[in-house]
Design a protein around this ligand. Structure first.
Ligand code: FE2
Ligand code: FE2
Length: 490
């Protein structure tokens, strides 16, 4: 009987876990939802109104219009759901971008479908979406944009439709993985070449006027000029991607890697003015990267987020133990635990100001407050208690919020373990290191800091293993610096 109860409890636990979303979704305001819905209705009207222009109009025409209208509206809804599923942190601005691009494509089809190849209309927006929102969203977008043609007279050749589907899918899949602007440029050259060759094979060599007649013709139907226009439009799209990034808050892989450049002025400043914090940051990058790889998270995001997590310490580097040479500690001179706690909180507040000034994307700026969560500054709270100050624990806790994603949670854990691992005896065994890591992680867990991160028990175990692996790698080349017993200065 007890066996059955345990099994039922396990099943209930598994069911509850399966209902937990991978990340906490962002709530979209009612007005934004209304605007998005209205744009979807507009897309549906533009995509289907031509069916009502037939005269004489009979019931079956109205029915087929209604069917077409509902189909596009429903597909737009599915597209939004797919984008939310792939990017739980998607903002209303980004959803607006996806559907506005769909609207723009439908309008372009109406206005220019007779003079521009469908490849040039659909592939460039697919590249923007795959770069900013991921491959799955881009594929969903491509399927709606390719299947829905507002004007039945523009129905495209089956072979061309096949080439359109293949090339836009290739762009969607590769676009989500591309890690540099140089690779984007290569894509904008190879995709038009590929589409030219496939059109040559599947549609016909006789459609190449440039080669046959030595006559450069940009009219639709000439596969060379169509491919050339596609290359030009793709190059322009690549030029405009940084503008889309800043207007719609997109975080492309290329942007992440640019931000991770250690020659960026803010990071250079950190290395010069707060060298201890910079060293701490580099070690955390290693710990966080290994743990994120273990659980299959976003490595580029966490590497960049880790690099900027403590930039706020630039406001007063000497107040943090890793930047002190061991001789003078301003906190001792101040002798006021409440003021010291304010200085610690200021590294989060000032960090957010640095993030705003340097236009860091929101997903990166989130690492600044979330790596500290609402952790207790135990060392100063203890000091206050020693001084018999009747003070609420609230004043000695960071303002939060607690980590809202797996990546920011990993950074919090890496931040907590870094100083302890660095200070560990060189002869310490793997078991001792693993115990230290486990204790620090357990204390964060018990304090409720991981409640919103959706890290599972299995993932937390993998994170511990990853930290241990990194410690094994660094133990022979680590540098020791003085650290407080309860790690309150980090
Ligand atoms: Fe910090
Ligand atoms: Fe830190």
């Amino acid at each position: 009987m007890q066996n059955i109860t345990t099994k039922l409890k396990k099943l209930l636990y598994l069911w509850r876990r399966s209902q937990v979303p991978a990340k906490q979704p962002i709530k979209i305001s009612r007005i934004d939802n209304l605007i998005i819905f209205l744009v979807c209705v507009l897309i549906s009207i533009i995509s289907s109104y031509k069916l009502l222009l037939i005269s004489p109009l009979n019931i079956s025409d109205i029915f087929s219009w209604l069917l077409n209208f509902t189909e596009i509206l429903f597909s737009s809804g599915i597209l939004i759901l797919v984008s939310k599923k792939e990017n739980p942190k998607i903002s209303s601005r980004q959803i607006f971008l996806i559907i506005t691009l769909l609207l723009a494509v439908q309008v372009t089809k109406l206005a220019l479908a007779s003079s521009i190849s469908p490849l040039s209309i659909i592939i460039p927006p697919a590249l923007i979406i795959s770069q900013g929102m991921g491959s799955i969203t881009a594929l969903a977008w491509v399927s709606i944009a390719s299947f829905s043609w507002p004007d039945p007279a523009d129905a495209i050749n089956n072979n061309l439709f096949f080439i359109l589907l293949v090339s836009s899918s290739v762009v969607s899949l590769l676009g989500g993985r591309i890690r540099s602007r140089a690779q984007l440029l290569q894509l904008s050259i190879f995709v038009p070449i590929g589409s030219f060759l496939s059109q040559w094979i599947f549609i016909g060599k006789d459609r190449v006027t440039f080669i046959n007649n030595q006559n450069f013709d940009l009219a639709k139907g000439d596969i060379f000029s169509d491919s050339l226009i596609l290359a030009i439009v793709m190059l322009f799209t690549i030029l405009f991607i940084p503008i889309f990034e800043s207007i719609f808050g997109l975080l492309t892989k290329a942007r992440l890697l640019e931000l991770a450049d250690k020659e960026k002025p803010l990071i250079r400043r950190l290395s010069l003015e707060a060298p201890g914090t910079f060293e701490h940051t580099l070690l955390i990058c290693g710990l966080a990267e290994e743990a994120t790889r273990m659980i299959g998270g976003d490595i580029d995001l966490i590497k960049t987020g880790a690099l900027y997590h403590d930039v706020g310490k630039l406001h007063a580097p000497n107040w943090f133990i890793e930047n002190q040479d061991g001789s003078r500690n301003p906190h001792d001179e101040l002798d006021d635990p409440i003021k010291s706690a304010e200085v610690l909180q200021a590294h989060v507040d000032e960090g957010l100001k640095f993030a705003r000034k340097n236009r860091l994307p929101k997903l990166i700026a989130n690492f600044i407050p979330e790596h500290q969560g609402t952790l207790k500054m135990g060392y100063f709270f203890q000091k206050a208690k020693e001084k018999n100050l009747d003070i609420n624990e609230y004043y000695f806790r960071y303002k939060g919020p607690i980590p809202q994603s797996k990546e920011t949670a990993i950074l919090m854990l890496a931040d907590g373990c870094e100083a302890a691992l660095r200070a560990m005896n060189i002869n310490a065994s793997d078991k001792e290191a693993f115990e230290t890591i486990s204790n620090i992680i357990y204390s964060r867990q018990k304090d409720g800091q991981l409640d919103d991160s959706n890290l599972s028990k299995g993932e937390i175990f993998l994170i511990k293993r990853a930290f241990l692996n990194v410690w094994k790698r660094i133990r022979h080349r680590r540098i020791q610096y003085p650290t407080s017993k309860n790690n309150t200065f980090s």
